[in-house]
Design a binder for this molecule. Sequence first.
Ligand code: ATP
Ligand code: TYD
Length: 241
Amino acid sequence: MELGELLYKGKAKSIYKSEKDDELISCFRDDMTAFNGEKKDCFSGKGAYNASVSAFFFNYLEKNGVKTHFVKMLDERTMVVKKLQMIPLEVIARNVAAGSIVKKLPFKEGQILNPPVIITDYKDDERGDPSVNDDLILALGLLTSSELKEVKETTLRINKLLYDFFDELGMVLVDFKIEFGRYKNGIILGDEISMDSMRLWDRETKESFDKDVYRYNKGNVMSAYGKVVEKIEGWKKEHLK
Ligand code: ATP
Ligand code: TYD
């Protein structure tokens, strides 16, 4: 399948038209950004790592009854996805306090959040992606109340599946961000699930294996991402014989 017209170049992915009207091609680039694009770099192989982890989780979620936009891989960094009408919300699930929640509220880094906390940010770079509560989501007409209920329930479901998965690998899923979009008559999971969009700690040492390694210069980001890929490959060998 050939890449069609470039429709959108984001900070980490490029979205192209495909041969089919209801599908797009999502190419995971090696670009890495943090702090709303203020810090920028390029790491050879990073796109392929994130694409393979995203593809793995989309398959894993589908097997567990969660609908996603994933269709197939074209090459190691490129996937075909269903074309969604994206809902401009970053839906963040948190199991442990870290990052912005510790800066904004009196939580201690590492404090367990049980039950998990869902936070929704309105996707608008110029406005700095402000946090919006349920009433604002409804008032802005982003979702109906039944859709909002569904998005939150699905997010908690995904959180439980991913948390338990990483737990088996000796890692703690601290938090992650997902995006949803409309497809036909429903709302399904889009975008990506990768080390760029989650916090992942070693259960014992609390070492980071995610974008925080890059954000806060904690070490070699490619070797951190590579370890996650390696652990997932190991899990596949065990479970997908
Ligand atoms: P941010 O990092 O704030 O999410 P971005 O636009 O820079 O913004 P990228 O991941 O580089 O992020 O770009 C991918 C874009 O493609 C996002 O705007 C995302 O909402 C959109 N997108 C993801 N999946 C789909 C899909 N299945 N159909 C249509 N658009 C999609
Ligand atoms: P958060 O702590 O709100 O922001 P920051 O990473 O700037 O401290 O992030 C929570 C989780 O969601 C974290 O794993 C990163 C992810 N995330 C994104 O992938 N993109 C985003 O635009 C935001 C705000 C968060």
